[in-house]
Design a protein around this ligand. Structure first.
Ligand code: ATP
Ligand code: NMN
Length: 175
Protein backbone atom coordinates (compact mmCIF):
# COMPACT_ATOMS: atom_id res chain seq x y z
CA UNK A 1 0.00 0.00 0.00
CA UNK A 2 1.45 3.36 -1.01
CA UNK A 3 0.12 6.71 0.15
CA UNK A 4 1.09 9.97 -1.56
CA UNK A 5 0.92 13.61 -0.44
CA UNK A 6 0.21 16.43 -2.95
CA UNK A 7 0.61 19.96 -1.58
CA UNK A 8 -0.60 23.19 -3.15
CA UNK A 9 -2.60 26.33 -2.41
CA UNK A 10 -5.30 25.32 -4.92
CA UNK A 11 -6.64 28.87 -5.36
CA UNK A 12 -8.64 27.44 -7.11
CA UNK A 13 -8.16 23.71 -7.80
CA UNK A 14 -7.89 23.63 -11.62
CA UNK A 15 -7.53 21.23 -14.56
CA UNK A 16 -3.71 21.28 -14.28
CA UNK A 17 -3.96 19.95 -10.70
CA UNK A 18 -6.56 17.44 -11.91
CA UNK A 19 -4.18 16.10 -14.57
CA UNK A 20 -1.47 15.75 -11.92
CA UNK A 21 -3.82 13.78 -9.65
CA UNK A 22 -4.85 11.60 -12.60
CA UNK A 23 -1.18 10.67 -13.00
CA UNK A 24 -0.61 10.23 -9.25
CA UNK A 25 -3.62 7.86 -9.12
CA UNK A 26 -1.67 5.43 -11.31
CA UNK A 27 1.22 5.44 -8.80
CA UNK A 28 -0.38 5.28 -5.33
CA UNK A 29 -3.33 3.64 -3.58
CA UNK A 30 -4.25 6.60 -1.40
CA UNK A 31 -3.61 10.34 -1.67
CA UNK A 32 -3.52 13.13 0.88
CA UNK A 33 -4.14 16.52 -0.71
CA UNK A 34 -2.50 19.14 1.51
CA UNK A 35 -4.31 22.47 1.29
CA UNK A 36 -1.46 24.92 1.82
CA UNK A 37 -1.71 28.43 3.30
CA UNK A 38 -4.91 27.13 4.88
CA UNK A 39 -5.36 30.18 7.09
CA UNK A 40 -5.35 32.59 4.15
CA UNK A 41 -8.52 33.70 2.34
CA UNK A 42 -10.29 36.77 1.00
CA UNK A 43 -7.16 38.18 -0.65
CA UNK A 44 -6.21 38.56 -4.28
CA UNK A 45 -3.71 35.71 -4.20
CA UNK A 46 -5.69 33.52 -1.78
CA UNK A 47 -9.39 34.24 -2.26
CA UNK A 48 -10.88 30.94 -1.05
CA UNK A 49 -11.02 29.54 2.48
CA UNK A 50 -9.63 26.12 3.39
CA UNK A 51 -13.22 24.85 3.72
CA UNK A 52 -14.13 26.09 0.24
CA UNK A 53 -11.02 24.45 -1.21
CA UNK A 54 -11.90 21.20 0.60
CA UNK A 55 -15.28 21.27 -1.17
CA UNK A 56 -13.68 21.91 -4.59
CA UNK A 57 -11.17 19.10 -4.15
CA UNK A 58 -13.45 16.52 -2.52
CA UNK A 59 -16.12 16.93 -5.20
CA UNK A 60 -13.58 16.79 -8.05
CA UNK A 61 -11.69 13.75 -6.77
CA UNK A 62 -14.72 11.46 -6.98
CA UNK A 63 -13.59 11.11 -10.63
CA UNK A 64 -10.71 8.88 -9.53
CA UNK A 65 -10.46 5.37 -8.13
CA UNK A 66 -8.42 6.59 -5.20
CA UNK A 67 -8.95 6.97 -1.46
CA UNK A 68 -8.34 10.67 -0.79
CA UNK A 69 -8.03 12.91 2.25
CA UNK A 70 -8.01 16.72 2.05
CA UNK A 71 -5.98 18.16 4.94
CA UNK A 72 -5.61 21.91 5.62
CA UNK A 73 -2.02 22.96 6.38
CA UNK A 74 -1.46 26.45 7.82
CA UNK A 75 1.75 28.34 7.06
CA UNK A 76 4.50 28.65 9.66
CA UNK A 77 7.23 31.27 10.03
CA UNK A 78 9.81 28.50 10.39
CA UNK A 79 10.64 26.59 7.21
CA UNK A 80 12.99 24.32 9.16
CA UNK A 81 10.10 22.64 11.00
CA UNK A 82 7.50 22.80 8.22
CA UNK A 83 7.83 19.12 7.21
CA UNK A 84 7.23 18.04 10.84
CA UNK A 85 4.22 20.36 10.92
CA UNK A 86 2.87 18.75 7.73
CA UNK A 87 3.45 15.27 9.16
CA UNK A 88 1.63 16.24 12.36
CA UNK A 89 -1.49 17.18 10.36
CA UNK A 90 -1.53 14.43 7.71
CA UNK A 91 -2.04 10.69 7.55
CA UNK A 92 1.42 9.09 7.09
CA UNK A 93 2.67 9.17 3.51
CA UNK A 94 5.45 7.51 1.52
CA UNK A 95 6.03 10.02 -1.26
CA UNK A 96 5.37 13.75 -1.73
CA UNK A 97 4.40 15.45 -5.00
CA UNK A 98 5.38 19.06 -5.71
CA UNK A 99 7.07 21.27 -8.29
CA UNK A 100 7.72 24.03 -5.75
CA UNK A 101 11.53 24.37 -5.22
CA UNK A 102 11.27 25.24 -1.50
CA UNK A 103 8.86 22.36 -0.84
CA UNK A 104 11.11 19.95 -2.74
CA UNK A 105 14.14 21.12 -0.77
CA UNK A 106 12.41 20.80 2.61
CA UNK A 107 11.09 17.27 1.94
CA UNK A 108 14.42 16.24 0.46
CA UNK A 109 16.33 17.42 3.53
CA UNK A 110 13.86 15.47 5.69
CA UNK A 111 14.65 12.30 3.71
CA UNK A 112 11.22 12.07 2.06
CA UNK A 113 11.03 11.11 -1.62
CA UNK A 114 9.59 13.92 -3.79
CA UNK A 115 8.26 13.42 -7.30
CA UNK A 116 7.72 16.26 -9.74
CA UNK A 117 5.18 16.29 -12.53
CA UNK A 118 5.21 17.85 -15.99
CA UNK A 119 3.38 21.18 -16.28
CA UNK A 120 0.17 20.83 -18.31
CA UNK A 121 -0.89 23.77 -20.53
CA UNK A 122 0.77 26.14 -18.09
CA UNK A 123 -0.07 29.21 -20.20
CA UNK A 124 -3.71 28.87 -19.07
CA UNK A 125 -3.76 26.22 -16.32
CA UNK A 126 -2.36 28.50 -13.65
CA UNK A 127 -4.19 29.81 -10.56
CA UNK A 128 -2.92 33.34 -11.19
CA UNK A 129 -4.34 33.36 -14.73
CA UNK A 130 -7.69 31.89 -13.61
CA UNK A 131 -8.05 34.49 -10.82
CA UNK A 132 -7.12 37.24 -13.29
CA UNK A 133 -9.89 36.08 -15.65
CA UNK A 134 -12.40 35.99 -12.79
CA UNK A 135 -11.43 39.48 -11.67
CA UNK A 136 -11.79 40.81 -15.22
CA UNK A 137 -15.04 38.99 -16.02
CA UNK A 138 -13.33 36.66 -18.54
CA UNK A 139 -13.84 32.97 -19.38
CA UNK A 140 -12.52 30.67 -16.66
CA UNK A 141 -15.02 27.80 -16.42
CA UNK A 142 -13.33 25.58 -18.97
CA UNK A 143 -10.10 25.73 -16.93
CA UNK A 144 -11.52 24.02 -13.81
CA UNK A 145 -13.41 20.76 -13.16
CA UNK A 146 -17.20 21.25 -13.26
CA UNK A 147 -17.60 20.68 -9.46
CA UNK A 148 -15.13 23.54 -8.85
CA UNK A 149 -17.18 25.92 -11.00
CA UNK A 150 -20.29 24.83 -9.06
CA UNK A 151 -18.62 25.56 -5.70
CA UNK A 152 -17.40 28.95 -6.91
CA UNK A 153 -20.96 29.76 -8.01
CA UNK A 154 -22.39 28.52 -4.68
CA UNK A 155 -20.10 30.84 -2.66
CA UNK A 156 -20.37 33.74 -5.14
CA UNK A 157 -16.62 33.49 -5.57
CA UNK A 158 -16.29 35.66 -8.66
CA UNK A 159 -17.98 38.54 -6.88
CA UNK A 160 -15.62 38.05 -3.93
CA UNK A 161 -12.56 38.16 -6.17
CA UNK A 162 -13.81 41.25 -7.94
CA UNK A 163 -14.50 43.04 -4.63
CA UNK A 164 -11.19 41.95 -3.08
CA UNK A 165 -9.20 43.01 -6.12
CA UNK A 166 -10.94 46.41 -6.03
CA UNK A 167 -10.00 46.77 -2.36
CA UNK A 168 -6.44 45.68 -3.07
CA UNK A 169 -6.00 48.03 -6.02
CA UNK A 170 -3.12 50.35 -5.32
CA UNK A 171 -1.88 48.20 -2.40
CA UNK A 172 -0.58 45.13 -4.21
CA UNK A 173 -0.17 44.30 -7.88
CA UNK A 174 -3.01 42.10 -9.25
CA UNK A 175 -1.91 38.46 -9.06
N1 ATP B 1 -0.81 23.32 -15.13
C1 ATP B 1 -0.18 22.57 -14.21
N2 ATP B 1 0.34 21.37 -14.56
C2 ATP B 1 1.00 20.63 -13.63
N3 ATP B 1 1.21 20.99 -12.36
C3 ATP B 1 0.71 22.17 -11.97
C4 ATP B 1 -0.01 23.02 -12.87
N4 ATP B 1 -0.37 24.14 -12.19
C5 ATP B 1 0.12 23.99 -10.94
N5 ATP B 1 0.77 22.82 -10.80
C6 ATP B 1 1.48 22.33 -9.61
O1 ATP B 1 0.55 22.04 -8.59
C7 ATP B 1 1.10 22.38 -7.31
C8 ATP B 1 0.16 23.33 -6.60
O2 ATP B 1 0.07 24.47 -7.40
P1 ATP B 1 -0.63 25.84 -6.96
O3 ATP B 1 -1.79 25.52 -6.06
O4 ATP B 1 0.37 26.81 -6.50
O5 ATP B 1 -1.23 26.28 -8.39
P2 ATP B 1 -0.75 27.37 -9.41
O6 ATP B 1 -1.56 27.17 -10.64
O7 ATP B 1 0.76 27.30 -9.57
O8 ATP B 1 -1.25 28.66 -8.68
P3 ATP B 1 -0.76 30.19 -8.50
O9 ATP B 1 -0.68 30.78 -9.87
O10 ATP B 1 -1.86 30.72 -7.64
O11 ATP B 1 0.56 30.14 -7.77
C9 ATP B 1 2.49 22.99 -7.58
O12 ATP B 1 3.47 21.97 -7.40
C10 ATP B 1 2.39 23.41 -9.03
O13 ATP B 1 3.66 23.39 -9.68
N1 NMN C 1 7.11 27.61 6.26
C1 NMN C 1 5.97 27.33 5.69
O1 NMN C 1 4.89 27.59 6.20
C2 NMN C 1 5.95 26.70 4.33
C3 NMN C 1 7.08 26.18 3.73
C4 NMN C 1 6.95 25.60 2.48
C5 NMN C 1 5.71 25.58 1.84
N2 NMN C 1 4.64 26.11 2.47
C6 NMN C 1 3.31 26.12 1.82
O2 NMN C 1 3.14 25.00 1.01
C7 NMN C 1 2.30 25.35 -0.07
C8 NMN C 1 3.01 25.02 -1.36
O3 NMN C 1 2.11 25.12 -2.37
P1 NMN C 1 2.43 25.74 -3.81
O4 NMN C 1 3.32 24.76 -4.50
O5 NMN C 1 1.08 25.83 -4.38
O6 NMN C 1 3.09 27.07 -3.57
C9 NMN C 1 1.99 26.86 0.07
O7 NMN C 1 0.76 27.00 0.72
C10 NMN C 1 3.13 27.34 0.95
O8 NMN C 1 2.79 28.48 1.72
C11 NMN C 1 4.73 26.66 3.68
Amino acid sequence: MTRGFYIGRFQPYHNGHHRVVEQIATEVDELVVGIGSAGDSHSTRNPFTAGERIMMITKSLVDFDLVTYAVPIEDLDRNAVWVSHVQSMSPNFDVAYSNNPLVIRLFDEAGIEVRQSPMFERDVLEGTEIRRRMAEGGDWRELVPKPVADVIDEIDGVDRIQKVSDTDAGDTPAE
